[in-house]
Ligand binder design. Structure first.
Ligand SMILES: *Cc1c(COP(=O)(O)O)cnc(C)c1O
Length: 416
C-alpha cells in the first residue's frame, strides 16, 4: 500500500482513556522537575534529554560562586577534582554497577576508543572484533580506528552472533538498544556467549542508560560506555561515562595516557604510571560546566525507581503502537515488550517530510535514514495523554496529506 492510499483512520482509544492511565502513574510527579516549552510533545529525549528545572541554578552556581569567587581554589574546595569519579559512582546504580567501576569523562566516542583498545590489549592473540552492521556509525568507525583488526559484522558477515564469535574473537561490541530500531539485546545471554568463547564484551548503553534498568555487574560485562545527554538529561554535549569491571582494572591499559589517569598527577613525573582503579581511564581536564549540568540531572534520578521507570516506558510505547496501528505504518520496533527499548520506530516512504510536518505541529520526534520515523518515550516527563496527542497528530498529518507541503521537502544534500 502506498502512502497515498492510507484510509482515514480513527484512534482505537480515547484521550480520556490515556488520561486515566496518567492518573495511576506513580512517576507523574517527576514531570514537575523538568522545564519543557508549552505546546510541545517532546519525543526526542533519546537524542537530547529535556532541561531539569534545577540545572540553570546549578550551572550558574558553578560559574558565579565556584569559578567567579573560588577561582583555582574550587578544584579542592568545591570538589571539582573528584567529579569524574564522584559522578561515576552516582551514576553507577543506574547501570547496575557497584561503586569504583564507573567514571564520567570525555565523549562516548573517545571512551569507546579507550575501552576497545584496553579490551584488545587484554586478548593480544586474537585478531577479530565482532560488531553489528546496523550499529551507530561512531561505534563502527571506532572499530576501524583501533587498528588493524579484522571486523566481523552481524548483518553482513553472518546472521547470528553464534556464527560470528569464535576462538579468534578478542572483543564483541554491541549496542544494548539499537538506535534506529529500538531493539533491546539480551545482555546476559550475549555476554555469556562472548565469554564462552573467551572474548570480552563491550556494551554501548547510549539508548538504555536512563531508559530501563541495566545490570552490568549481574551480567558479568567487561566494559561499557554511554552518553549522559540522552535519557539521563545531562544537557547538550554533557560528558559520557565509562564502565570497567573491577576484575580488569589492574591489567587494563588504555591508550590515552593523559595526566588525569596518572597515579600521581601533581607529582609531574616524566613517565606515565596508571592510577589504581577505574581512574586510569581518565585522560585530561574535565569540561566542568558540563559536569554541573549532569550533577543537577542526577539529582532527579535519586528519586526514580528503575522498575517503575521500565513499566511506564513500556506502557507509553505499547500505547503508541496500539494507537498508531490503524495508520498503516510498519513498525520497525519489536512488538514483544521484552525486546523493546524506550522508543518506537515506524517506517513511511516519506518519513523525512512526515516528521517535518509533525514538528511543525509541535510533536518533536526525529527521522533516521532512509525511511524511519523515530519516537522516543522518556518516562520521567512524558504522559500517556501526550502520547495520545502525538498519535492523533500523526493521524491528522497522514489523513490530510499535509506532509506534501513543499516546505517539508527534504533539502538536497545532507538531511539531519
Ligand atoms: C548517541 C550515540 C553515540 C554518541 O557518541 P558521541 O561520542 O557522544 O557523539 C554513540 N553511540 C550510540 C549508540 C549513540 O546512540
Amino acid at each position: 500500500m502506498s502512502s497515498e492510499d492510507i484510509p482515514v483512520a480513527v484512534l482505537p482509544l480515547s484521550r480520556r482513556a490515556a488520561e486515566d492511565l496518567d492518573a495511576a502513574d506513580p512517576l507523574r510527579p517527576l514531570r514537575a522537575r523538568f522545564t519543557l516549552p508549552e505546546g510541545v510533545v517532546y519525543l526526542d529525549g533519546n537524542s537530547l534529554g529535556a532541561l531539569p528545572v534545577d540545572t540553570p541554578a546549578r550551572v550558574a552556581e558553578m560559574v558565579t560562586r565556584e569559578w567567579g569567587q573560588g577561582l583555582i581554589r574550587s578544584w579542592n574546595d568545591a570538589g571539582w577534582y573528584d567529579l569524574p569519579r564522584g559522578l561515576g559512582d552516582r551514576l553507577a546504580p543506574l547501570v547496575g554497577a557497584a561503586a569504583g567501576q564507573v567514571v564520567v569523562c570525555d565523549s562516548t566516542s573517545v571512551n569507546l576508543f579507550k575501552v576497545l583498545t584496553a579490551a584488545l590489549r587484554l586478548r593480544p592473540q586474537r585478531p577479530v572484533i565482532v560488531s553489528e552492521l546496523g550499529s551507530f556509525p561512531t561505534d563502527l568507525y571506532l572499530t576501524e580506528g583501533v587498528g588493524a583488526y579484522q571486523r566481523r559484522l552481524l548483518g553482513r558477515d553472518g546472521d547470528t552472533l553464534e556464527q560470528l564469535i569464535g576462538a579468534d574473537t578478542a572483543v564483541v561490541l554491541l549496542s544494548h538498544v539499537d538506535y534506529r530500531t529500538g531493539r533491546l539485546q539480551d545482555m546476559a545471554a550475549v555476554t555469556e556467549l562472548a565469554h564462552r568463547h573467551g572474548a570480552l564484551m563491550v556494551w554501548d548503553l547510549c539508548h538504555s542508560a536512563g531508559a530501563l534498568p541495566v545490570r552490568l555487574d549481574d551480567c558479568g560485562v567487561d566494559f561499557a560506555v554511554g552518553c549522559t545527554y540522552k535519557y539521563l538529561n545531562g544537557g547538550p554535549g554533557s560528558p559520557a561515562f565509562l564502565y570497567a569491571a573491577a576484575r580488569h582494572q589492574q591489567d587494563a591499559r588504555q591508550p590515552l595516557t593523559g595526566w588525569f589517569g596518572h597515579a600521581a598527577p601533581f607529582a609531574f613525573e616524566p613517565d606515565y604510571r596508571p592510577a589504581e582503579g577505574v581512574g586510569r581511564f581518565l585522560t585530561g581536564t574535565p569540561p566542568l560546566l558540563s559536569f554541573a549540568g549532569l550533577e543537577a540531572a542526577l539529582d532527579v534520578w535519586d528519586d526514580v525507581d528503575l522498575d517503575a521507570l521500565r513499566a511506564k516506558s513500556l506502557s507509553l510505547s505499547t500505547l503508541f503502537l496500539e494507537l498508531t496501528a490503524p495508520l498503516g505504518l510498519e513498525p520497525v520496533t519489536p512488538a514483544a515488550p521484552e525486546q523493546r527499548g524506550s522508543q518506537v520506530s515506524l517506517r513511511h516512504p516519506q518519513a523525512y517530510r512526515v516528521m517535518r510536518a509533525l514538528i511543525d505541529r509541535g510533536v518533536i520526534g526525529d527521522y533516521r535514514a532512509p525511511d524511519v520515523l523515530r519516537f522516543g518515550f522518556t518516562p520521567l516527563y512524558l504522559s500517556h495523554a501526550e502520547v495520545w496527542q502525538a498519535a492523533e497528530t500523526l493521524r491528522e498529518v497522514l489523513d490530510s496529506g499535509s506532509w506534501r507541503d513543499p516546505r517539508f521537502a527534504a533539502p538536497t544534500g545532507a538531511v539531519t
